[in-house]
Write a protein that binds this ligand. Structure first.
Ligand code: AMP
Length: 196
């Protein structure tokens, strides 16, 4: 795999979600661990985050959590990780998560996940990194996001090249191929926006 040894997973902290999302999180942890990829994540034990970490560890993977002090006290960190870094602020945390990762994987999530995704896409746009971003569109959860990105480009708030910064796949099992292939636009031809 192209120089990728460590991947950061962004995903929801809510546990009140459909089983289809929980199963995808478990599978993601397993796929990454079995591929020998280190997992970096938000360090919490809740929701999909906890499931990715649990199942990566259960499959012999190495998992690093980065959690800010206030979340550690408030909701609790995952305590069985290979490494847990407690940092001062959310900003330090996001910086550290991105530094430790060679690629980013986005599972279904809420505002926190979107914040993390858009920050990493913005940093890519500003040429602060060239790391792949793979969005796992479980159950079509991210279809509205795909539409939004299309609209942003169609209305010239970004150029078509920016659509290449995120690769959408349908399931955790497609993530490794997507990482191997590098940056691929998988917007369909009628979604593809012409002209910059
Ligand atoms: P959300 O999508 O709003 O559930 O937020 C999840 C994302 O934000 C994760 O990728 C985490 O990095 C971060 N996050 C939100 N809540 C927590 C928490 N309680 N513990 C650790 N990280 C969290």
């Amino acid at each position: 795999m192209r120089n990728i040894q460590s991947v950061c997973v962004y995903c929801g902290a809510s546990g009140r979600v459909d089983k289809i999302y929980k199963d995808a999180a478990l599978r993601m942890g397993e796929v990454l661990a079995r591929a020998g990829l280190q997992v970096v994540f938000g360090g919490g034990k809740l929701g999909l985050m906890g499931l990715v970490a649990d199942n990566a560890l259960a499959n012999g993977g190495r998992v690093i959590g980065i959690i800010p002090k206030h979340l550690e006290k408030f909701e609790g960190a995952h305590l069985s990780l290979s490494e847990l870094h407690v940092v001062d602020t959310m900003h330090t945390r996001k910086q550290k998560m991105s530094e430790l990762a060679d690629a980013f994987i986005v599972l279904p999530g809420g505002f926190g996940t979107l914040d993390e995704l858009f920050e990493i896409l913005t940093w890519r746009q500003l040429q602060m990194h060239e790391k792949p971003v793979i969005i796992v569109n479980v159950n079509g959860y991210w279809d509205p996001l795909k539409k939004l990105i299309h609209n942003i480009i169609e209305q010239n708030f970004a150029t078509p090249i920016h659509a290449l910064f995120a690769t959408f796949v349908d399931s955790p099992d497609e993530v490794l191929d997507a990482l191997d292939n590098g940056i691929v636009s998988n917007f369909t031809s009628d979604e593809q926006v012409q002209g910059a």
